[in-house]
Structure formats: structure tokens, C-alpha cells
Design a protein around this ligand. Structure first.
Ligand code: HEM
Length: 460
């Protein structure tokens, strides 16, 4: 087999790997609690190393140079529909996330076409309006104890994702949809042995299957309804996919389930990390609030907020970038090598499960000065630097996150508006431990004391 090295280097090296006796511990912990293991492996073996053996051989890829090589390889050098990809059971085998080749291209390009800049911009007022509604509800409940802002963020993100992608009618069922996604998402975080395929009834797997059928029934109803009465909402992605006509109904169903599933947990976990970081950094939450006050104006006053306002939320955007550097929602993302590949000077043989790590890249000590310090000013006035190669919470290249612009837009606007409206005091001075293999979130959520921020005195 010929290695598809993208650079003409000397003979690629064999991956460094821990001794056999340490492998089982590393593997077991990696699949349960990846971040400390990734850090330990990097410290001992470097940012690219091998793990596992036989059909379960893996390569961790976390150094920026190695990631640049990985993302520059032709997309056909990798497979996403591989034997370890458990996502297909939840999002459907027709989802772009578990597809390869022409199927992937067709599915992704249909969704991509529906994510036009114009459509994205049309969601901005919705995001601000729904954030205001969530803040109003929260303040009206006059909370006396801590509020879990992770939960608040989850409900808000789901509301926004469902409403902006699929319109007002489906938004009315956001809570029901969220409840149906809960079990499948918990299931994906459960130990791999519990996820082994089997046909037995009355098991968690059977219940997850039933939840997915219920989600399908809701989406089918929307597709049929759009065909019967043509929904005319400019932002509606489901309607755009039906009208475009390149995907079958089953494929549309799987992309819709994918967009909700991939967009909901990741964005809300990221929001929870942003709130923690902004609230723990002295004065940062207040400065974000002051910036929002200046850019977005008084809540409830009918100013048409658009992309020009979003572009001026500089501090909120930098805080989001810095939080995602240290806490990417996907600490590791899997793909299988379909051919031998060379990354960072190492040979990765065909059939290896590659776990590339945004977590390791974001903390790379050769790239980021004082990497563990939270400092949104790192991103002030920066042109392209090597650090850009190391900022990969959304991946890179043709398989990058299709929702990267939506997620960043949502996170910046939600953070800014909530900082403008709420005073928050964290219940601990310590950052929580990260949990979650599929989606990295703060253990225990984001419990904070919350109060109304007094309106600033205005001139005139
Ligand atoms: C902060 C939030 C988010 C983060 C950190 C994130 C991160 C990622 C990452 C790391 C990948 C995998 C790239 C790879 O395999 O190389 C990915 C893929 C994907 N994401 Fe996101 N994501 C986020 C939000 C969203 C949203 C809001 C949506 C949808 C509206 C979305 C939809 C997808 C889809 C469909 C894919 C698969 C793309 C493909 O296979 O072609 N994500 N995301």
C-alpha cells in the first residue's frame, strides 16, 4: 500500500505508543472521561500517538502541524461511516455525519445550500428576541436560589435551533422534541458496551429507537404539511430541502434529526463554558454587558438587530472564541483512515480510527503562550497566525462543522444579551470538571445566582 503523504518527507515515523500494559487503562478512561487522558498522553508521548491494537487501533492527533496535514488530505482518505460510529443509530444511516463519498456530498451540499448567508442573517432577530423571552421568564420567576444557566441555555438553544431552522410550527413543539432527544443523547454518552447493536425489546436501545421513530413522525408531518400547504418562511431549512428536491424524504428526515441533534447539545454545552469563564474572570461579564448595551440598545425597544450589530460585539465574540479554545464541545472527533496517511511526520495505517483533538490543539504549549490562562485578548487584532491552525473547535476542510457560523452567531448574541440583562454570581470560584465523551460540558451545569441588571442611566 502506498502512503498518501501530502509532503515529500523522509520516511514517516512509526507512531509512539504507551506500553501494552498501560493501554487498557488509557482506552477505558479515554472513552469515559477523555480530557485528562488526552493531556497525559500528550505529556508522555507527544501530540500524536497510537493507542489500542488489532481492529481497535487508534491514533490521537492533537498537534497543530499534524492537524494541518490531516485536514489537507483528500476527504476520500477517510471514512466517517465506520464500524465504531455509533451516531448512525440515533441520527439515521442517511445522515451526512455518517456518510461518505457521493452520498455525503449530495446530502451536505443540499443542507449547505439551505444555510445561505441571507438565511443565516434572517435568524439574528429571532435569536435576540428568544433570548429576551428567556431572560424575561427567568426574571419573572424571581429566583431566590441558584439557577442552572446550563439548563436555561439548553432550553433557549433548542428553541432557537428548532424555530430558526424549521419554523414557528415546529417551535411550538420544541419542548417535546427536546425530551425525545434526551434519551438518545444520554445513550450516546453511555459506555460503548451498552451501545452494541441488538434487537431486544424493553432495553434502553429499544426505547431510543422508539424515540427516534417519534421524532421521525413529527418531521414527516412537517414534510407532508409543507407539500400540502407550502410553508412560506424565509428561514425554514426543512421547507428549503423539500423544495430543492434532491433528497428523498428519508434523507431529509435524517438531516433534520442531525441538525437538531448536532446543534443542540454542542451549542448549549459551549454556552455553559462561556458563562463560567466570563463570570469567573473579574469584570468580564460586566464588560460584555456594557458592550451589548452600547451595540444592541435597550431590550424591548424595536431596533432591527442585524449582522452589523453582531459584527460589533467584539468582546462577546472574543470571549466565545477563547472559551471554545479551552473547552471545545468535541474534545475528540473520530474518522477512520481509508488509506495509509502521513500526519505530522507519522504514518497512520489504513483502518486506524483517528481521534483528532480540538482539546489538545487548543492547549498546545508551543502555540499558545500560557495556554491554560483564559484571555480573550489573545484574539485582539490578529491576522492569520499559527494559532489559527490550533483553533479548531469546528474542525476544518470539507468535513468541518456545517453549523459553525450559526453556532458562533448564537453563542455571541446569547452571551451578549444575557450579560446585558442579568447579573450573575457563580456558586463556586472553581471551574467545574469537564464531563462527556461525545459532548464536553461542565459537570453540575452552571449554577449561578441571577439578578436583574439595573438599567444604566441614559443621557437625554
Ligand atoms: C459550539 C457548537 C458546535 C461545535 C463545537 C461543533 C463541532 C463540530 C465538529 C468538531 C464536527 C466534526 C468535524 C469532523 O469530523 O472533522 C462537527 C460536525 C458537524 N456539525 Fe457541528 N458543532 C457545533 C454546532 C453545530 C450546529 C449548530 C449544527 C447544525 C445546525 C452542527 C451540525 C454539524 C453537522 C451536520 C456536522 C457533520 C458535517 C459533515 O459530516 O459533513 N454543529 N461539528
Amino acid at each position: 500500500m502506498v502512503a498518501t503523504s501530502i509532503e515529500d518527507r523522509a520516511q514517516p515515523a512509526v507512531l509512539p505508543r504507551p506500553p501494552r500494559r498501560a493501554q487498557v487503562r488509557y482506552l477505558r478512561t479515554l472513552l469515559r472521561d477523555p480530557q485528562p487522558v488526552l493531556d497525559e498522553l500528550r505529556d508522555r508521548y507527544g501530540p500524536v500517538c497510537g493507542l489500542g491494537f488489532g481492529p481497535a487501533r487508534m491514533a490521537i492527533v492533537g498537534g497543530p502541524e499534524a492537524l494541518r496535514d490531516l485536514f489537507a488530505h483528500p476527504v476520500g482518505s477517510f471514512r466517517w461511516g465506520h464500524k465504531f460510529n455509533a451516531l448512525g443509530f440515533v441520527v439515521g444511516d442517511g445522515s451526512m455525519i455518517v456518510s461518505d463519498g457521493p452520498d455525503h456530498e449530495r446530502r451536505r451540499s443540499s443542507v449547505q445550500a439551505a444555510f445561505s448567508r441571507k438565511r443565516l442573517n434572517s435568524w439574528i432577530p429571532t435569536i435576540v428576541e428568544r433570548t429576551d423571552a428567556a431572560a424575561d421568564r427567568l426574571l419573572a420567576s424571581e429566583p431566590t436560589g441558584p439557577v442552572d444557566l446550563y439548563r436555561v441555555g439548553r432550553a433557549l438553544v433548542l428553541d432557537i435551533v428548532v424555530r430558526s431552522l424549521f419554523g414557528e410550527r415546529l417551535a411550538a413543539r420544541a419542548e417535546e422534541i427536546g425530551a425525545l432527544f434526551q434519551r438518545p443523547q444520554d445513550y450516546l454518552e453511555s459506555p460503548a458496551v451498552r451501545q452494541l447493536p441488538h434487537p431486544f425489546p424493553y432495553t434502553t436501545r429499544a426505547r431510543v429507537r422508539a424515540d427516534r421513530r417519534a421524532i421521525d413522525a413529527i418531521i414527516d408531518g412537517e414534510i407532508a404539511d409543507h407539500r400540502a400547504h407550502r410553508v412560506d418562511e424565509p428561514g425554514n431549512v426543512l421547507a428549503a430541502l423539500v423544495d430543492e428536491g434532491r433528497l428523498t424524504d428519508a434523507e431529509i428526515r435524517d438531516q433534520v434529526a442531525t441538525l437538531i441533534g448536532a446543534g443542540y447539545d454542542t451549542t448549549s454545552a459551549s454556552f455553559a463554558w462561556i458563562v463560567w469563564r466570563a463570570a469567573l474572570q473579574p469584570g468580564l461579564w460586566d464588560r460584555i454587558g456594557a458592550e451589548a448595551e452600547e451595540v444592541l440598545g435597550t431590550p424591548g425597544k424595536a431596533i432591527a438587530i442585524d449582522h452589523s450589530h453582531l459584527a460589533r460585539l467584539d468582546l462577546a465574540a472574543r470571549t466565545m472564541r477563547e472559551a471554545l479554545r479551552l473547552h471545545p464541545a468535541g474534545a475528540i472527533s473520530p474518522r477512520e483512515a481509508a488509506v495509509d496517511v502521513t500526519v505530522g511526520g507519522y504514518r497512520i495505517p489504513k483502518g486506524t480510527l483517528i481521534l483528532w483533538s480540538a482539546h489538545l490543539a487548543g492547549r498546545d504549549p508551543d502555540t499558545w503562550p500560557d495556554p491554560l490562562r483564559f484571555d480573550p485578548d489573545r484574539f485582539v487584532d490578529r491576522g492569520a497566525t499559527t494559532a489559527d491552525l490550533a483553533w479548531v473547535p469546528f474542525g476544518r476542510g470539507p468535513r468541518n462543522c456545517i453549523g459553525f457560523a450559526i453556532a458562533q452567531m448564537e453563542l455571541t448574541l446569547i452571551t451578549a444579551r444575557l450579560a446585558q440583562r442579568l447579573l450573575v454570581t457563580p456558586t463556586s470560584h472553581e471551574l467545574p470538571r469537564p464531563v462527556g465523551m461525545v459532548v464536553n460540558r461542565p459537570s453540575g451545569g452552571a449554577p449561578m445566582q441571577v439578578a436583574r441588571r439595573p438599567a444604566p442611566a441614559r443621557a437625554g
